[in-house]
Design a protein around this ligand. Structure first.
Ligand SMILES: [Ca+2]
Ligand SMILES: [Ca+2]
Ligand SMILES: [Ca+2]
Length: 331
């Protein structure tokens, strides 16, 4: 059956090719117009690529699909869904690309086709993100697609035929990891060739916890030692806060200010090795820091746990771990 379909397809294709060269070639390009394609390129039936599409054209012929691929920079092959007359112009096949079995879909490597199909655009040198367009008796390059993928935390693509990158088009997404969609569920390829996400996926934190990006935070109501604070966080399925970057640090400062907390433990200590600060959560070295001036000073040789205090402009300090402070848990 598969063989028969491929054969019919080829027959059909060959007739398309020989009949429609007039509208493929530039009017003044007799060399192109007189071209006869005796051997079509290679076609693989039933296997197509996902997430490779630079452009996705609807209601086009297979020949148009090939032509547009040739015009589009970095196009390496096409996936054509015959029932939909849908053409995916695919870029480089890298590790993000999947090849899937799909009835009704066929793919073709563009290098197996004669470049004469696109007339003057056969020689285009348009850079990534651009396509060749006829202009006067030559060609020009115009922006045609976004490169890469949109960056959207905690979201996955919700498109039946995978990602495409057409200028001015949106790709549908859904939130993962129990996060909530805020905004409209699309990442749009803007006319400038850059992705813009129209949504964020926000963690919905349970009562008593507050959200920042995809994490939830709990402010311990009582004062405890560093160890007891960490133990309480663990009991709550969390850890003593790990401050990953400036934005999280600033947000915590505002939380302390808004909740009238003068001083709190944070989840770093240098208990294992003096002077080597690690986060208790994952034992990683403390990279982003916001130490107060001349801290950490290991005062009296006995300060191994980190705090954040209003009187030091919410900067960090090392202090004796048995001090009783409030604390912030994260998960
Ligand atoms: Ca964190
Ligand atoms: Ca110390
Ligand atoms: Ca200190």
């Amino acid at each position: 059956m598969k063989g028969v379909t491929s054969f019919l397809l080829l027959q059909n294709l060959m007739s398309i090719c020989s009949l429609s060269l007039n509208d493929v070639c530039d009017a003044d390009n007799s060399k192109c117009q007189n071209l006869l394609i005796s051997t079509p390129g290679e076609i693989t039936y039933g296997k197509c690529y996902r997430h490779a599409a630079l452009r996705r054209l609807l209601k086009v012929s297979f020949l148009t699909c090939l032509k547009e691929c040739m015009k589009t920079s970095t196009c390496s092959n096409v996936s054509y869904r015959r029932d939909w007359k849908m053409c995916d112009i695919n870029g480089n096949i890298n590790s993000e690309v999947e090849i899937v079995q799909e009835f009704g879909c066929f793919s073709s490597n563009i290098s197996s086709w004669s470049k004469a199909l696109v007339g003057k655009c056969a020689r285009h040198n348009c850079r990534e993100g651009y396509k060749c367009a006829f202009k006067g008796d030559g060609f020009t390059c115009e922006i045609a697609y976004c490169t890469g993928r949109p960056t959207v935390a905690n979201a996955e693509l919700n498109e039946p035929f995978g990602l495409s990158r057409d200028l001015g088009h949106g790709m549908k997404y859904k939130c993962t990891n129990r996060t909530q969609m805020i905004g409209t569920p699309f990442a749009v390829c803007r006319q400038t060739g850059e992705w813009k996400s129209m949504f964020v996926c926000e963690m919905s934190c349970e009562k008593g916890w507050i959200n920042f990006f995809s994490h939830c935070y709990y402010i311990g109501p009582d004062k405890k030692t560093w160890d007891d604070s960490n133990a309480d966080c663990k009991r709550r399925g969390s850890f003593l806060v790990k401050i990953d970057d400036e934005s999280e640090n600033q947000w915590l400062q505002s939380v302390m200010h808004d909740n009238n907390i003068n001083i709190t433990w944070i989840g770093a200590n240098d208990i294992d090795q003096e002077g080597t600060w690690r986060w208790i959560y994952d034992k990683t070295a403390v990279e982003f820091t916001n130490w107060s001036k001349e801290e950490p000073n290991n005062y009296n040789g006995n300060e191994n746990c980190a705090d954040m205090a209003k009187r030091r402009s919410y900067k960090w300090n090392d202090r004796i771990c048995t001090s009783l402070l409030r604390y912030i848990c994260e998960r």
